[in-house]
Design a protein around this ligand. Sequence first.
Ligand code: NAG
Length: 197
Amino acid sequence: MRLHLLSLLVLPLFAAAHTEEQMVLPGAGKEPFEPVVYSGKPLLADLLTIESTASIFFSYARELEISQIFSDPNARSTVLVPTNKAIIALPRKPHEDSHPLDGGVVLSEAEFDAMSKKNVERWVSAHIIPKSPISLGTDGEYETLLSGKNVTFTVAKGDANKPEWTRALLDDSVRLIGMKEASNGVMYLLDGTVKLD
Ligand SMILES: *[C@@H]1O[C@H](CO)[C@@H](O)[C@H](O)[C@H]1NC(C)=O
């Protein structure tokens, strides 16, 4: 939470500094040096930080070490980001175990925390394809960061005038409802989630 708040505070500051820098360096032709103009796209970490419709996914992900790839400028990832609505609709939450314990088995708090973290890690990993960009114009299968877990994309009917990704179906059922490009990857917003067994 602290990190999240900090990012919200710091991002506008960067924006302000950027504006000031431009104002201090007018008249490109007269300057002895080319003014440094920030032209790069934001990192996935920045996009995820400000994506309010998908804040639950990032609140799970940023607790994990794998979330470092979102701020690694040299990584290239495709992140499949379920909206808050899609996560709230899940019958079983990402930290909950798919194999309920037999009655009578009591976990210590530490055991429960470790199990929850492992479940969240598996779930988040299944939403990250360690490759970007990927082509959504044809049917395809991609490995995720969860070992042994692939996702598929199929091309569904739709408006041919719209971008390819608007017609892609994830695992035959989930629609992509948004796309944002980062300097280190692409994020797609999902109206569902990647299912684990
Ligand atoms: C996952 O997809 C890759 C191709 O991208 C394929 O080589 C691999 O066998 C698939 N793995 C599983 C578990 O289906």
